[in-house]
Design a binder for this molecule. Structure first.
Ligand code: ADQ
Length: 461
């Protein structure tokens, strides 16, 4: 049987509970089959030497973890610079936040070449290589240039922007051309595939030449949507665990006379947290019956704090929450509980189940797994209501959620009111349909669908 080789910027021990969508999904894929997981160790070497050091190897059950350190210069230009200050904002339609500093691209190329050079000797002829996310777009092209013939697939966890936004990246053509070195490109949503097709037509002067098949730059690539899912059984078994049960009981007890609304995110500007808090303020302003009752629990874990835009959003959120609590709070009721911390994964299902409304309202998101986790955690006999941004990839699948435009804070406030007042029968019907979809397209389905399509695409090559 072929070995699976996964490459992602960061890796995690698949035997330990991981937070973050990619780590959970990739860990699950490797746990099933065993294989090699290759990526950055998370260590930055300060002494000026390049990251040309040795590959660290560690065995984690059936999975071999192989990691590299990065030099300070490479880390700053490849990771903080090109990946998180160019690709992340642009791919989330935030040209205003992008920093097109010319020096970043050198580090991005250097690290992708370094990864290729260090990975190549570890490969076996029959390996199936699965590369993940925006940090490593040109990795297949670098591997191919070094003679790599193995099957290589790529999955983009974040959205692909419309071609006119993509074109703002000075190196957009080089990036898109390098995607044609893969046998298969996987996107989260049909809309991302459409954006890819539009780029191929309008910028690359190429065309679609068959189902899921695109030709440009003298090369052909297969491309399709594989919406990522969660491990529903694992998540629901956490729900039965002590941590989740304790969490559920505590929330029910502490807030027995309140209706809880929940947001759980990394504190990222793409997640639309300030917009969500403003929508909640609209709710309190326009529907006074919710005062002394509706309570927003917003958990926002720290992330990429050395990037300026993240410090800005933190300040904005703190001041917004403070203002709402000051304006509307009572001695015995605080409208917003904002916690700038991670919640232990084992407690997340219990927290989701204790709330009446799940607010998943990103301004833009590749998929958003919190939406699926919220559905999986509900009591089918008395489920909470999911309010979901139409700009999350998940909205293509989760049509029975209440879909909102998060920029329209007034409209979102109205929808939250609708969620709080929804009759039990409608809540149950919507939840049942959502849970079926979340179950059908779970993370196991995602892995199988992608790897089957990769094998097929490569056999046609
Ligand atoms: P992320 O942007 O990290 O992932 P998401 O899909 O929401 O986002 O996954 C986050 C995961 O981390 C969830 O499992 C969630 O429960 C957990 N999490 C988030 N904040 C937390 C907190 N404060 N405390 C505890 N747990 C927290 C990227 C893309 C997404 C895509 C995933 C997977 O941006 O669009 O869905 O990859 O492909």
């Amino acid at each position: 049987m072929s070995r699976l080789v996964v490459i992602s910027n960061r890796i995690a021990d698949p035997r330990k509970p991981a937070a973050g969508g990619l780590a959970v999904a990739v860990g699950e894929s490797l746990q099933q089959s065993g294989g090699l997981w290759f990526g950055w160790s998370g260590t930055v070497v300060e002494d000026g030497s390049s990251g040309e050091g040795e590959v660290h190897r560690q065995q984690a059950g059936k999975v071999t973890l192989a990691t590299l350190d990065l030099s300070r210069e490479d880390h700053d230009s490849y990771y903080l610079g090109y990946s998180n200050d160019v690709l992340w904002p642009v791919f989330h339609d935030r040209l205003d936040l992008a920093n097109f500093e010319a020096s970043f691209i050198g580090g991005y190329r250097r690290v992708n070449q370094l990864f290729a050079r260090k990975l190549l000797p570890l490969l076996r002829p029959d390996d199936i290589i699965w590369i993940h996310d925006y940090h490593l777009i040109p990795l297949a092209a670098e591997l191919r240039a070094m003679g790599c013939q193995q099957r290589i697939g790529f999955f983009l966890h974040i959205p692909l922007p419309p071609h006119i936004i993509m074109a703002a990246i000075p190196q957009h053509e080089w990036l898109m051309r390098s995607l044609f070195s893969y046998d298969l490109i996987g996107f989260q949503a049909e809309q991302d595939v459409q954006h890819f097709e539009q780029y191929v037509r309008n910028e690359a002067r190429g065309q679609a030449i068959g189902r899921d098949l695109y030709r440009a730059y003298g090369q052909t690539v297969r491309c399709s949507a594989f919406p990522i899912g969660i491990d529903v059984d694992e998540f629901q078994s956490l729900l039965q665990g002590k941590e989740s049960r304790d969490m559920y009981e505590t929330m029910k007890r502490e807030y027995s006379s309140r209706r809880l609304l929940l947001g759980i995110d990394r504190l990222d500007y793409s997640k639309g947290i300030p917009h969500r808090v403003r929508a909640f303020r609209e709710l309190l302003a326009n529907y006074p019956e919710n005062r002394r009752s509706a309570t927003l629990i917003q958990i926002a874990s720290p992330t990429r704090e050395s990037v300026d835009a993240y410090a800005d959003i933190r300040r904005e959120l703190e001041s917004l929450c403070g203002a709402i609590n000051g304006d509307y709070g009572e001695l015995d009721w605080m409208p917003v509980r904002y916690i700038h911390r991670m919640v232990a994964r084992k407690r997340v299902p219990g927290l989701c189940r204790a709330t009446a409304v799940g607010l998943v309202t990103p301004l833009r998101d590749g998929m958003n797994l919190v939406a699926k986790e919220y559905v999986a955690a509900q009591n089918p006999e008395d489920p909470g209501v999911l309010v979901l941004s139409r700009f999350a990839g998940a909205a293509e699948q989760l049509k029975e959620a209440l879909l909102v435009n998060p920029y329209d804070t007034h409209g979102t406030g109205e929808t939250i009111q609708q969620a709080l007042r929804m009759p039990l029968k409608e809540r149950k019907d919507r939840h049942q349909a959502l849970l079926e979809r979340v179950r059908k397209n779970d993370v196991h389905w995602w892995r199988r669908a992608f790897l089957d399509a990769l094998k097929e695409a490569a056999s046609e090559r």
